[in-house]
Design a protein around this ligand. Structure first.
Ligand SMILES: [Zn+2]
Length: 281
């Protein structure tokens, strides 16, 4: 029922609409139709579809920046609450993560500036309210404002949104990646709670869904970063151990730590601390 529909393959990356995507334009069409009739419904639906075209370009910005670092993108999927470029992995060098995270909003900055230039060149007024005297200027103005909104919204430091990724990368300059991710996820969770409460109070259902998705994705990414880190530390303990019979283990009760078991003496040793074993790359 909720399968994805592939609509293109720009730069060799599958671009699809999630099965739930159509709920949004349908909802926008109906609410605008009831409030302002057919012209409002056509205008609002046209704007929302064009905005999602810009969201697709935003995701393509992330994907192409990642490609610079040899990271492939599985696909780009558009959901009613936004787009997701599924990169095979995130770059771990902070500067690379910042470039990949900012490439998306940078696309919307370029689009907004381009639309502003068109509006100025044609002498069209910035016209975001539904006067419908000049539908072209209304359409272009709204699309421009939506792109400005996409830039500002994505730069909120709510991990795993783009601003949160920049935050994680900046924090990881000063500490290890797991701690940096934990800091970014904690701040992101704070924003998710604020979005959720605001969505509940103002009756904005989309914002509540977004809050839930941010919270869930943040936790998932934190778990995967922690898992990767523990895996690497195990490998390092294995590779560098001077105890030939040692085997690195995770202690289930202390998942952040790696312990080494010396089979000769039957003694557990705490492995060297993470700071020694795994410095941020
Ligand atoms: Zn983005």
């Amino acid at each position: 029922m909720f399968g994805s529909l592939r609509i293109g393959r720009p730069f060799g990356i599958d671009l699809s609409l999630h099965g739930t995507f159509w709920l949004l334009p349908a909802f926008v069409f109906l609410t605008a139709y009831m409030a302002g009739g057919l012209p409002a419904a056509v205008m609002n639906t046209g704007v929302i579809l064009a905005v999602f075209g810009c969201v697709a370009l935003h995701e393509l910005g992330h994907a192409l920046a990642a490609r610079l670092y040899g990271i492939r993108t599985r696909d780009i999927v558009l959901y009613p609450i936004g787009g997701v470029a599924r990169l095979e992995r995130m770059p771990e060098r902070p500067i690379q993560e910042i470039v990949v995270a900012l490439a998306g909003p940078a696309v919307n900055v370029v689009i907004a500036l381009g639309l502003a230039a068109v509006l100025l060149a044609d002498g069209l007024a910035l016209d975001i309210w539904p006067s419908y005297q000049n539908p072209v200027s209304t359409f272009l103005s709204r699309l421009m404002m939506a792109n400005v909104g996409l830039v500002l919204f994505n730069l909120i430091p709510a991990f795993p949104m783009d601003g949160g990724r920049v935050l994680r990368a900046v924090v990881s300059w000063f500490t290890d990646r797991v701690t940096a991710t934990r800091v970014a996820v904690t701040i992101g969770t704070g924003f998710a709670i604020l979005f959720g409460i605001y969505g509940l109070v103002s009756g904005q259902f989309m914002l509540m869904i977004l809050a839930f998705v941010l919270y869930t994705m943040g936790r998932q990414e934190y778990e995967s970063v922690r898992y990767m880190d523990a895996h690497r530390r195990r490998q390092r303990v294995w590779d560098e151990s001077d105890i030939p019979t040692a085997r690195p283990y995770d202690r289930p009760d202390r998942p952040q730590e790696v312990w080494v078991y010396d089979a000769r003496t039957g003694v557990w040793h705490p492995a060297p601390t993470r700071r020694n074993l795994f410095s941020p790359i």
